[in-house]
Design a binder for this molecule. Structure first.
Ligand SMILES: [Cu+2]
Length: 208
């Protein structure tokens, strides 16, 4: 009898362990190299909630469409530094700084990357639930913490971004990224946008 009980206890423990392992592993991350289309589609699209990620277009860094979407949202990696280890791809989704944006926010991003002033038809929104690798909140295109203005470096966790058609519409919002509430990034640069922190925003940099 003892042996039988021991047998069942053992089986129970083993199944518990399997359950725990599965919970940790199943974030939906595909097996295989991070340079694969499958991994990139997962990493970039999951910067948005699952119900948007499921049907969005996914574009690679070189412009290749990895997956054609149907819902008007586009996912792409937005880290201009590229992967620290190009041969093996992004270490994790956070390093890729993926954003999933609507048409207006993609317009904004294209203007930003080519040094042009964004001209939007209306406000745009983007999701960046994997955060980014850090920005100087007062100035765009600062890639290193050492080059940032004193106390202005912010490595963001999960957030949503509002790209305004009219930057002046953000007047009145704080520029303090430690407020916990929405704040303006790149104020007065023409690339002003509203950062909306959500759960996990301070995972990479402690809230002061
Ligand atoms: Cu962002």
């Amino acid at each position: 009898m003892k042996k039988v009980i021991l047998f069942f206890v053992t089986i129970f423990l083993i199944s518990c362990q399997t359950a725990v392992v599965e919970k940790v592993d199943t974030n939906g991350e595909p097996e295989g190299p991070h340079t694969s289309a499958e991994w990139k589609i997962w990493a970039y699209s999951t910067a948005a909630p699952s119900f948007i990620a499921a049907d969005c277009t996914v574009v690679d860094v070189d412009g290749t469409v990895l997956r054609e979407g149907t819902n008007g949202w586009t996912a792409m990696a937005a880290n201009p530094r590229g992967p620290a280890d190009p041969e093996n791809g992004w270490a994790d989704p956070h390093e890729a700084m993926p954003m999933v944006g609507d048409a207006q926010s993609m317009k904004w991003a294209m203007a930003y990357m080519s040094g042009q002033t964004p001209e939007l038809d209306h406000d745009g929104y983007s999701y960046m639930l994997h955060g980014d690798m850090g920005e100087d909140n007062t100035k765009h295109f600062i890639l290193n913490k050492e080059d940032a203005a004193e106390g202005q470096w912010i490595e963001s966790g999960a957030h949503i971004m509002l790209f305004p058609k009219d930057p002046a519409s953000l007047d009145g919002f704080t520029t303090d990224f430690n407020s916990g509430g929405p704040y303006v990034m790149f104020k007065g640069t023409g690339y002003d946008h509203l950062m909306i922190p959500v759960e996990g925003y301070y995972d990479y940099q402690e809230k002061k």
